[in-house]
Design a protein around this ligand. Structure first.
Ligand code: NAD
Ligand code: AKB
Length: 310
């Protein structure tokens, strides 16, 4: 029987829905408490309506369920954050502080907080981007993720907080919808390919970005959280790599299944965000420290996405 009691904050989002399913399988449904600021129809129990910015309520929920680990997923993503930078900073930073402080006080044993490839910026080397390199993000989302990484490492070094993190690339899955990022096109394109056999993309044809199929990302997350503490050498956030492709390449992969599929381009403000991010990621530290290895390539992902969305 699991001695861990897990709280997911932001469990109704793109990652949370799939993470909850997997954690419930591994730890038992009663040991995984889902929470979100919004409740869904047919909400899986145990569930708490919880605003991460309400510190007292976070304490109350953690105490009530005797929580030992938190996965903090509530955040504004890159595109939404650019539209509301002040609120994005408030949500992305203060939410993290509440959880880090509870771990510092010894109330929580372990924390997971995701970072992003958005921590990199236009001055970062774009190909095979190393773990340690120039980081000058120019989006409010990237700035908040970079500051969050610095705080995580600080809390680990100063207070011994067991915080773990991954710099996710753009995540693609069929079970849940993306929540306002720049990489969202790579999910929408599959839905539109099946519905309309065409897709209008908001990034240009040559925009190569690092991406990952959701089950790989969930496996990475759980493997990192279950790794022995001494193997987790990086307490800011780990680079992990999956697949790199551009809109033209994902369209070509879809055409292997739907030959009449067409893609057109109508670029918007998200192009500038994408242009500031790496094209591919070097994840040798994650491979070395806790054995990370991706499983899905572009065509394998396309096959499963289309099969399941059908
Ligand atoms: P999402 O937007 O799909 O989900 C976030 C969830 O948080 C939503 O269900 C939302 O209702 C909830 N939420 C919002 N404000 C809240 C609040 N005040 N209190 C409690 N819940 C609140 O996001 P996601 O894609 O699941 O991303 C989760 C985390 O992973 C974020 O930190 C994000 O930056 C990071 N990340 C995601 C991706 C990706 O491609 N999805 C890539 C890199 C990093
Ligand atoms: C976004 O596009 O904002 C996210 C991310 C890469 O962090 N998918």
């Amino acid at each position: 029987m699991s001695t861990e009691k897990i709280l997911i904050i932001g469990s109704n989002g793109q990652i949370g829905l799939e993470l909850a399913e997997n954690l419930r399988k591994n730890y038992g449904s009663d040991n995984v408490v889902c929470s979100d600021v919004r409740q869904m129809e047919n909400q899986i129990e145990p569930f708490e309506v919880l605003d991460i910015l309400d510190k007292d309520r976070v304490y109350e929920v953690v105490k009530k369920h005797k929580i030992t680990q938190v996965y903090l997923l509530a955040a504004l993503l890159s595109a939404t954050a650019e539209k509301n930078p002040k609120f994005a900073w408030d949500l992305n930073m203060n939410g993290l502080f509440h959880i880090l402080d509870m771990a510092k006080e010894g109330i929580l044993k372990k924390i997971y907080w995701p970072s992003s490839i958005a921590v990199f910026g236009p001055t970062t080397p774009r190909l095979n981007t190393p773990q340690y390199t120039v980081m000058e993000p120019n989006t409010i989302y990237g700035i908040s993720k970079q500051a969050g990484e610095r705080y995580c490492e600080y809390y680990h070094q100063k207070y011994g907080v067991d915080v773990r993190s991954i710099r996710y690339p753009g995540l693609i899955g069929w079970k849940s919808a993306p929540g306002g990022g720049t990489t969202d096109y790579a999910v929408h394109i599959y839905h539109q390919a099946l519905k309309q056999k065409s897709y209008e993309c908001f990034l240009n044809a040559q925009t190569t970005l690092p991406m990952m199929y959701m089950p790989d990302a969930i496996r990475a997350t759980i493997e990192l959280m279950e790794a022995p503490a001494e193997s987790v050498k990086i307490r800011s956030s780990y680079n992990v790599a999956g697949i790199s492709f551009n809109p033209e390449e994902i369209a070509a992969s879809i055409r292997k299944h739907i030959p009449e599929f067409t893609i057109s381009y109508n670029v918007d403000f998200r192009q500038a965000i994408a242009d500031s991010w790496p094209q591919s990621i070097n994840d040798s530290e994650a491979r070395k420290d806790w054995g990370w290895k991706p499983e899905f390539d572009l065509d394998a992902m396309t096959q499963v996405m289309l099969d399941n969305l059908r």
